[in-house]
Design a protein around this ligand. Sequence first.
Ligand code: F6P
Length: 467
Amino acid sequence: MASSFGAAQVLVASNRGPVSYEVREDGSLDAKRGGGGLVSGLSAIGPDAGALWVCSALSDGDREAVRRGVGEDGVRMLDVPADVHADAYNGIANSVLWFVHHMLYQTPLEPVFDAEFRLKWASYEKYNRAFAEALAEEAAEGAVAIVQDYHLTLVPGMLRELRPDLRIGHFSHTPWAPVDYFRLLPDDIAEQVLRGMLGADRLGFLTRRWADAFTACCEALVGGVGDTRIGVHGLGADAEFLRKRSHEADVDERMAALREEIGTAPDGGARRTIVRVDRTELSKNIVRGLLAYRELLAGRPEWRERVVHVAFAYPSRQDLAVYRDYTAEVRRVAESINAEFGTAGWTPVVLHVKDDFARSLAAYRLADVALVNPVRDGMNLVAKEVPVVSDEGCVLVLSREAGAYEELGEDSVVVNPYDVSGTAEALHEALSVGAGERAERSKRLAAAGTALPPARWFLEQLEALRG
Ligand code: F6P
């Protein structure tokens, strides 16, 4: 029996891995490495810890890399058939589970759980099984495996059956739906998701609120969480990395370019900036943020020419029509504000849609006000990052529906994300905070937002599973 075990002592499983590949014109493969909490977490345990990251091939380049046997040490990419992956990732994870946890359905017409849904669900099961089998094959006896997110809710239960010796964790990076909303899912599917996750020894959530919602779903639908432990680990920003990275030359260049775009007020003074940086996800509420800004300019004309809304809305999940439509709406509303209020020397909304990390950091440094108004969000790291990076301190306008609200609410201007007029008022209030007060608040926000840096966030979970 022991001979069939693998060698990995610590395993992480996620849909998106730390590396992606593109086929160059000459046929060779170009590898790109990503960042994020898990990358720092795994690097914190060191190269000799026997760690393995199991992820899915997401693109043709990734599949080609798997077929050619090209790969990184410590990463195993699964060549799940493209149609199975598309159904599981786009069809179920992003179009059903993401919608449920972020409460995004327009319920008069959706969701519709029909025969087509069942076919996609079968792909989701297949895709989860591929992960469970790979983990079972790679794990050393008694190893720890931490499974990530809504893409892989069935893996803990499947893996438990294959390898009862393992210590299995699962971490949710999204909110968890309240019971009544979770019950939009067909009963058997809802139960399968909960039982799948309860196959873990321990489940991690970003906030107490999401952990409690999960527990409430289990109590209502499957008689409770049983022996599975529940933990809360509020992922924070990586202060050390951000402070260093935001002072590199490319960020300075982007700052100069942004300052040009922002321009100066008619009296020659610096214009105030309201900064937002998001992936264009349906939950980020970028459109209502723009509408609130429009209402600010309409209702408080004293701000015209004196403020610029710097809005970065980077592409996300563009395979889905509803995401493409949302991106188009963001552009349309931004353009209409510029057409309505713009003058020869003032562009009220500076919108960028091409992902550029250095430019995001430049905007963080310039921010007087950071607008983070999601309708619902697991945490929202932007809320934690801007106060760390901003040069002169920023005021945070924060949705009470963001996970970060639990830690940052006290020092923010808090908004109901649906209340556009309330958000306009909050922007006015935030813009009016004096320099001293702003710096003080920003310092407290930065301290709270960096309390649990990514490496410690990961190690805490590892220790809790081993302990
Ligand atoms: O930001 C929330 C989140 O669910 C992360 O947990 C996850 O890494 C990411 O979104 C998934 O995004 P994508 O669909 O681009 O891989």
